[in-house]
Design a protein. Structure first.
Lengths: 434, 434
């Protein structure tokens, strides 16, 4: 008999079916016994009045079993159906005690993060932890689908590079045969080159690497970067407007395709209207005036400032998102276009969401001579960037782009306390396994 | 005025439009002058009887220009339309001589591969070279869409690992803070762990790394691996059957969505019927009998054997694809399930396509004790694989999977001579840039 998935049961009422999955839970309620089966699509209860016949009290949790039985309506049960157990076969049995009670709620489990991550694959059997990556897959897929429809080409650019994007700090060195190489910090150079290659609009989903020392709840050293870059823009607002539309579509997609996961996780989706924007100068003034911050010499936002500006956006604009634009020139990389009318500031921006930076982007410099000059101004050697600079000699259109941290975006959508919870196998200062 | 893309022109006949793009070519034909404009969607000719008015003879090729004019039907032109030039504005001009004539055909250009790759971004402006990655994007997208529809979850697993999949050979070392780490050779362990985590069916699109010395036309050291892994299988044939269906869908998608690119490249798509399969033992017999090979002690296929077996598949099965199954146990990694009825051979297979291996896969060992024992048999230490082995203690279903090399598949679909042509920024023994 073909396997039926638990999610298909409501369409099979009255039929005899065959289920496969893990034993999530077994319990007795008066004269009736329940076996809760878990497969990739959810949970289903199998019931019997003859627990002895199936030796239910001898079955270990997390065993893999095959169940045969008839599907019957049961308003009290998940999906309104349950299985009347007729046959049960144990296929595979655990050979060691379980590290923790994977069938309990996150809250009751109250696991230390390290415990969770040390046993990552096992922990994902918990429906709550498992749901995080179903939501993430939807986020990533929506990113791609939206951009494909907007005429962007998906690209895959090398993560092994001879020189860093921003001058050699925070890079992981690799021994590449006889040469020294590094793990890429971002696909920045490549996506700009591919705009100039005539593709005009490109996006990439790929890991990037930052050898940063800090061990905080918002940093991992390998993260999934959702990048896009677009040519023939009028201003950086073409880039931010597109992200605003993307986020609208993303929330709709999550609402429609991840309702069960969001419910399991108790997550509340944000409303995405027209996302407000604040010039960095104004953001600084607000931090000083409304939040009593000392903004003397402030050229970047610390985590506290990000939270405060999101608080402000909530109060004044009723928005959980806010673009901070025109970051000072001193804090932005050499390829960032500055504002010709106000050259202390750039056309660089961040998107803050529920108190956390989830996107960084800008309009870029597209003029060859201006770019070479700015590399020098940053104290770097244009010769080291020949492979990047070359295409700018042959006419590259005005362009801009951004990068979204997939784990941070997942974290903020789902209200997770630590970004590591949104990475399947996170890498940090101290963690290299599993 | 809004920008119109060249591909939209057939819908705009009679209208006045604004085009943006690169100057692909300029030529005079009697009293009429033509400017061929290239944008991300294709080419369009603008015509004028007044070349002096627009100073056409002073415009450098590859300049970025803005054209205004009226769209009129012209049966001789691309898409049956052309632009009657009314205004022309040069926006950006190359500041250096072009490295080669990018508007000529690949064949006429006759570039050395190194020249092509040294100027990779520029070379992609050539419609033929540029088309390769539009086809690749469609291949990759079809892989994902097909698997999503089959209930697979997209995952992203770490590429920084503490130990290799197959025992430490051919790994690129990374300095990971104070620790030694390596670039992942495949997501093998992780995708198996995620099947066992309860996701049952997972896929991943991501780079993997092989520090292999050989510099051949079929090897690159960083390649895009299209991986899937599926639980609750009956046999390895569940895995190969799914790939057979995937390839059918892929050819259909390419036919429908990449017709222009395939035409530009002169590529012929294969017919995908039911892909034949040959037991390794039989393949060996055929190589000996039909191709005069010395198969004494042959436990793997060399490139010559792959070509010969594809030749055989063409003649006998009229197929450009062939699965070679049941590879000998000695050549397959420790996690490969062997055939219990014929334990010299495994449930491991390769897919050959037009003379080249494009897929490797197998049914895996899912029993914890069997796996530990086999690791020992391979002379490896189970303790080094604790992070991988743990989930097998808690019941993992029978499963199998495979990995497709995205560049090789692109290469074979398009008939490219070297796999590097199917990688945007290839990394090989000697190449680290661009």
């Amino acid at each position: 008999m073909e396997r039926t998935l638990t999610a298909q049961l409501p369409q099979r009422v009255g039929e005899r079916v065959r289920l496969l999955g893990w034993v999530h839970h077994i319990r007795q309620l008066g004269s009736i016994s329940f076996l809760l089966l878990r497969d990739r699509t959810g949970l289903c209860q199998a019931v019997t009045a003859e627990p002895e016949r199936f030796k239910l009290n001898q079955i270990q949790r997390e065993s893999i079993v095959e169940l045969l039985g008839r599907v019957k309506p049961e308003p009290q049960a998940r999906q309104g159906v349950e299985l009347e157990l007729e046959e049960l076969k144990i296929l595979i049995t655990p050979v060691a005690p379980l590290p923790f009670e994977v069938n309990r709620s996150r809250k009751k489990l109250n696991l230390k993060l390290d415990m969770l991550l040390d046993h990552r694959a096992f922990s994902l059997r918990n429906p709550e932890f498992g749901a995080v990556f179903r939501v993430q897959a939807e986020i990533v897929n929506t990113f791609r689908e939206f951009l494909r429809q907007a005429g962007f080409l998906e690209v895959h650019t090398s993560k092994i590079i001879a020189a860093g994007t921003e001058g050699g700090t925070a890079l992981f060195p690799i021994q590449y045969f006889e040469q020294k190489a590094y793990l890429a910090q971002s696909p920045q150079f490549y996506k700009q080159m591919l705009v100039g290659a005539g593709y005009e609009r490109v996006f990439e989903v790929g890991f990037v690497y930052r050898a940063e020392d800090h061990a905080t709840s918002r940093h991992i050293n390998e993260y999934l970067s959702l990048d896009y870059e677009m040519g023939f823009i009028q201003s950086f607002r073409d880039v931010t407007r597109l992200e605003n539309q993307l986020l609208k579509v993303m929330v709709e997609k999550l609402k429609n395709n991840c309702a069960a996961e969001l419910e399991i996780l108790g997550a509340r989706l944000p409303e995405v209207g027209e996302i407000p924007e604040l010039h960095f100068r104004d953001a600084r003034a607000i931090l000083k005036k409304d939040y009593g911050r000392n903004t003397e010499g402030m050229i970047d936002l610390d985590p506290e400032a990000e939270r405060q500006l999101c608080d402000y956006a909530g109060k004044v604009y009723n928005s959980e998102f806010i673009f901070i634009t025109h970051y000072p020139r001193k804090t932005r990389p050499f390829y960032t276009m500055w504002d010709p009318d106000d050259p202390e500031y750039t056309f660089g921006f961040d998107l803050l969401f529920r108190g956390l930076e989830v996107t960084t982007g800008s309009q870029r410099i597209h003029d060859y001579n201006m770019l070479v000059e700015n590399i020098r101004r940053f104290g770097l050697q244009p010769e080291n960037y020949d492979f990047y600079l070359e295409i700018f000699k042959y006419a590259v259109p005005p362009h801009g782009g951004l990068a979204i941290g997939a784990e941070r975006l997942t974290q903020q959508f789902l209200g997770l306390a630590n970004v590591r919870e949104a990475s399947l196998f996170p890498r940090d200062r101290f963690r290299l396994t599993p």
